[in-house]
Each structure stands twice: as C-alpha cells, then as structure tokens.
Design a protein around this ligand. Sequence first.
Ligand SMILES: [Fe+2]
Length: 139
Amino acid sequence: MAREKIRWDQSFALGVAEIDDQHRQLVNLVNRLIDINQGPRHKQATVGALEDMIDYLDAHFSAEEQLMIDRDYPGLEDHRREHQIYVHQTEAFVTAFKDGEKNLSDDILEFLQKWLVEHILDADRRLGDFIKGRGAHKV
Ligand SMILES: [Fe+2]
C-alpha cells in the first residue's frame, strides 16, 4: 500500500519565517524519498535523496541551534540531542542501504516521516513559542 506523503499543515507553522521555510523544504525532501521509494527502486536515486536530506538537516539543525544560542533558549541541550539522534539514524540508514543490507523499508520511511512531524509539532513549536514570546517574530 502506498505510503501517504506529509501534507503541509498550518499547524506546522511556527511563525518564525526562516525556520518555517526550512521545515517546508525538509517536508519536501522526505516526500521526495517516499516518491522515489514507491517507484521502481533506483538505488542511486534513493541514496542521493537520503544524502541530500542529511546535507539539508545539517544546515537546518545548525541554524536552529544557533538561534537557540542567540536567544539563550533553556531547552537547547535536549533539543540538540533530538537533532543528533535523527541525523545519526538517517546516516545509519544511508550506510546500511549503500552496503546493500536492506531495502529502504517502510519502517525507515515511517521513522523519518513521523520523527519530523512530531519534532516540528513538539520541540520546534516550544522553541517558536519561546522566540515569539520574546517579541521577536522576525529572525
Ligand atoms: Fe528542531
């Protein structure tokens, strides 16, 4: 059965323009992976999509973490740990997939998709609320 892609929802929007734009891009990257995986499996395309995602995650997480540092956000360490777990997990999927240990299973897509949505709705929302609470809508 075809996996449903993530549909951008207004509830994802934190009201911090830079971060919201990056989150939209991340949603697109996960959706692209879902698309590729549903077609005839082109290994190279899947590896490429995963690597693009890791590159983008690095840039996005760095931007978020810098924002937290700049604003003295008290939840920085926990939030950063969540980011690290996701990056390590995604890197492990790329390695395993390259080595031919497994196909990109639905479990992996489920993990990538679910983590992103839950992280945006929970940890990132708390960060967004904190930033807005300080009267700084624009970053
Ligand atoms: Fe985050």
